[in-house]
Design a protein around this ligand. Structure first.
Ligand code: ADP
Length: 262
């Protein structure tokens, strides 16, 4: 009986090993596929602006005598805009790498939300030029334990998206209030909103919602960085759609530090 049992055990162990080998092979293939997809996506995001820069620079150089001043300025603007886009993409890639390797260590100190909102708005000034921005922060918000550099980046990414996805001339609203031990900050826009099935996915690395958004300049990294940074500061961020009209709403919840007067 013992012999039979040990034979059976040996067989079972062999089977487990076989299954493990198959699983491992499958995992390796999936990792390979993801790595290739990632490289393809990154190469595309680097090449598109580069092609535009090279094209504009070439035209400027080769046809300089034939071009009107206005055309030259336009080509120079294209070069500048596309270089800025490359710059943002590389900064995003670095932020994402820092997050994934655990190198983001927030410098938490009591900060005034209004001040960080102010500096994010200032930095996004040019991007928001086509929109109307309304800020409505409750007057008695407590100081929050935030890293101002990281939090400004979060707000900048959300404002950048709102400006990118909501039509020019519409209102982008920033709303902050306290509810007991939590401060809620929302960014609301009047764009198309986000398909219900994508609300969680939009925070995934390189995920870009369907609906023709592919034509908009973007990297699919901004919201992943937002979530990483907010969570590193002890908060949470979710995406939703407005109930009152079409538009996306991003909600950040931040804990009120213990000992703060209620
Ligand atoms: P990017 O904007 O560079 O593509 P993000 O990570 O910032 O990357 O956003 C991921 C996706 O979420 C976008 O491609 C877009 O489909 C969707 N999205 C983000 N913000 C908004 C918004 N305010 N309105 C509608 N869709 C949005």
């Amino acid at each position: 009986l013992l012999d039979a049992l040990s034979d059976q055990t040996a067989l079972a162990v062999e089977r487990v090993h076989l299954v493990e080998d198959v699983d491992r092979a499958r995992l390796a293939a999936e990792t390979d596929r993801l790595r290739t997809a990632l490289l393809t996506s990154i190469s595309h995001d680097l090449r598109t602006p580069l092609a535009s820069i090279l094209g504009s620079a070439g035209t400027l150089k080769d046809y300089s005598e034939l071009l009107a001043e206005e055309d030259k300025r336009e080509l120079a603007s294209t070069i500048q805009e596309e270089a800025e886009r490359l710059n943002r993409f590389i900064a995003n890639l670095l932020d994402m790498t820092r997050l994934e390797s655990g190198a983001v260590r927030p410098n938490l100190a009591p900060n005034d939300l209004g001040e960080i909102v102010g500096s994010a708005l200032k930095r996004a000034g040019k991007i928001l030029a086509q929109h109307r921005v309304e800020v409505d922060l409750a007057p008695d918000l407590p100081l929050l334990a935030l890293d101002p550099v990281l939090f400004e980046q979060v707000l900048f990414n959300l404002l950048d998206n709102a400006a990118k996805y909501a039509p020019a001339g519409t209102v982008i609203r920033l709303q902050g209030e306290r509810d007991g031990a939590v401060v809620t900050l929302q960014v609301l826009d009047e764009g198309p909103g986000i398909p219900a099935g994508e609300l969680e996915l939009v925070f995934d690395k390189f995920h870009r919602a369907e609906k023709g958004d592919q034509v908009r300049a973007g990297t699919g990294l901004g919201l992943g960085i937002c979530r990483g940074f907010v969570e590193a500061m002890g908060g949470a961020i979710t995406a939703g759609n407005r109930a009152d009209r079409s538009g996306a709403v991003f909600t950040i919840r931040l804990p009120v530090p213990a000992g703060t007067i209620p």
